[in-house]
Design a protein around this ligand. Structure first.
Ligand SMILES: [Zn+2]
Length: 340
């Protein structure tokens, strides 16, 4: 079968490798679409998290965990899954014609895809479930102001999640450095956008949400009135500015929340007194629970979210190297999907 193989930073090739064998508790999925995740780029650019993001196979390290496909083979002990079922599954190595799910547990690491949801859209289930999960952790309430850093698939998914969860917010402000992605955020329901390469997010937050006092400092210190901040960037070593979490701690209002979903490429040094003085709640968010995956698929089936808007490019697996190169160009791409 054909598979994308990671060799070293900036080097991914498409190779012919053996079709994986499965055991009695496993299924084999014929992959029909596999997205490139932001986390895959940390591996691609710097060689980080390689073991966690790839399936180690005879043919080498196969990346890809945002995929959908049909069940090609089922081990004899597997329950509730049959050959031909359309599924999304949680594992690595999906950027190949076939991927084994070991073991396959329906409703835990395998979910059936409704007929109405196409392969490419279904391949965005995993990131949408992540966005739903992070959005719920932040749990903004009516009339509040929300700020999202990073208009990638997760941040844009947070905008979509806010749209379907009915929070009835005041401001939903997206911050990114790509005008293309900011336009997408606006299209999906962000009320305001800030290009951090040209404007200061803190200053813009003050203008858009107003200025509120920090009680314990008796009016000596103020902050923007931002209630919940989603950090969908993390820390990217090559960016010159302070990590987003630092900006978020400065911007969050008293008792505000900062939900951190982004990946950190290295340890960072932070000024934490704003967190202490303002009682800011910092919440980490990674992955999702089964309810989020079920909800993601149902939202797509019902047409309540349009994930195809986020898919900017599709490449055949023979062009996996080009697909990764294009995914790295944030100005011109959002989600790149590989078709095995
Ligand atoms: Zn991912």
């Amino acid at each position: 079968m054909k598979a994308a193989i990671y060799h070293e930073p900036m080097k991914i090739t498409t190779e012919e490798v053996p079709v994986p064998k499965i055991g009695d508790a496993d299924i084999l999925v014929r992959v029909r679409a596999c997205g490139i995740c932001g986390s895959d780029l940390h591996m691609y650019r710097l060689g980080l998290f390689t073991e966690a993001l790839c399936r180690s196979s005879e043919g080498g390290l196969i990346p890809g965990h945002e995929f959908a496909g049909e069940v090609a083979d089922v081990g004899k002990d597997v329950e509730g899954i049959e050959v031909g079922d359309r599924v999304v599954a949680l594992t690595f190595g999906g950027m190949a014609e076939y991927v084994p799910i070991t073991p396959a547990l329906l409703g835990f690491n395998v979910y059936k895809v409704p007929e109405e949801v196409g392969w490419v859209e279904a391949a965005t289930t995993e990131p949408l479930a992540n966005s739903l999960h992070a959005t719920q952790l932040g749990a903004p309430s009516q009339g509040q102001n929300v700020m999202i850093f990073g208009a990638g698939i997760i941040g844009l998914g947070v905008v979509q999640s806010i749209g379907v969860m009915g929070f009835d917010l005041n401001k939903v402000i997206m911050v990114d450095v790509s005008d293309n992605r900011l336009a997408m955020a606006k299209d999906l329901g962000a009320t305001d956008v800030v290009n951090a390469a040209k404007e200061d997010p803190h200053q813009r937050a003050l203008e858009l949400t107003g200025e509120v006092p920090v009680t314990i400092l008796q009016g000596l210190v103020t902050s923007p009135a931002v209630d919940v901040i989603y950090d969908c960037v993390g820390y990217i070593q090559e960016r010159p500015e302070a990590p987003v979490i630092q900006q978020a701690l400065m911007i969050a209002r008293e008792y505000g929340k900062v939900v951190v979903h982004g990946v950190f490429e290295a340890p960072v040094s932070l000024e934490l007194m704003p967190m202490v003085l303002k009682h800011v709640h910092v919440l980490g968010s990674y992955g999702f629970v089964p309810d989020d995956a079920v909800r993601a698929l149902e939202l797509m089936r019902a047409g309540e979210v349009d994930r195809m808007k986020l898919v900017s490019h599709e490449y055949p697996i023979a062009e996996a190297a080009e697909a990764f190169a294009v995914q790295c160009r944030a100005e011109s791409s959002v989600k790149v999907v590989v078709i095995p």
